[in-house]
Design a protein around this ligand. Sequence first.
Ligand code: CP
Ligand code: NVA
Length: 330
Amino acid sequence: ASVSGVPHLLTDNDLSPKQLSDIIQSACQFKHQAKVQGKPSGAPLAGKTMALMFSKRSTRTRVATETAVAYLGGHAMFLGSQDIQLGVNESLLDTSKVVSSMVDGIMARVGAHSEIETLAQYSTVPIINALSDLYHPTQILADLMTLHELYTPKGSEPHLTAPSSTLKNLRLAWVGDGNNILHSLMLQLPKVGMHISMATPKGYEPNADILSQAKQNAQAAGTEVGVFHDPKDAIRDADIIVTDTWVSMGQEEEKKQRIQAFAGYQLTTDLIEKSGAKQDWKFLHCLPRKQEEVTDDVFYSPRSHVFQEAENRKWTILACINQLLVKKGF
Ligand code: CP
Ligand code: NVA
């Protein structure tokens, strides 16, 4: 979204299919440059500051962003909910005007998605969504980068291969909550030509408006969106199986009720193989992970690529920051 000429990454639909593929490829190029060639970035963010306004906890997104900004030669300033009053003691409007007047970009982790829309409305600098209750766009960028790396044919290099060629027609199965991660997956997968099948318990389906946007994206791309309640229906023919916590940040009080409602949704090797997943199925999870949603025999197996996925948060966030703050837009 661009508000008053300032580009932002608030939802997954802020990226066109081409922009999404370019970000994944750029992330692979940065990873290659930094880790294989050991080259510095040339410090394009020298003298610039990025504020991290986080009203919820974070390990990966925070470490990824702070190290990405450092690599680009800039300064990352973490502003947690104990440090500043994000809409508590001062309005989001005032906070946005004040902070954006002094920094060059903002990474914001909020509760209600409307909070980040308000920040963007009054910010004079680009804002990247670092998670809201409805979306987690930068997480899915890392998921797609990881799949691109995993499906790049032997002998080719991910940074020299188009993601559209490696990801097209893969089927991803989601078994779990109809939450922010599922919403972002539903919106992004069609843009790289992937199919999605989801199984959520009754009462925990994804947001209906976002599902309808996902179906529009899929129609435009010629991909499929399968909506189920039975995990077996989602897993059948899937190349990649994905889940997330059943209790997202802010839902801690519903924990008992949720654990009951999600009985039968725990991913185990047995469930996945009996449900007819593809023979070489792979597993992803955004982390942090609880034992409830996936057993150790899946989570720590060679089929699980969760730690590569976590590292790729850094390279994809780096590519987004470079695009918004150095190249000035997608
Ligand atoms: N996956 C993810 O966003 O992790 P953090 O909450 O630790 O940032
Ligand atoms: N659905 C989880 C994702 C954490 C990265 C949450 O919102 O807490």
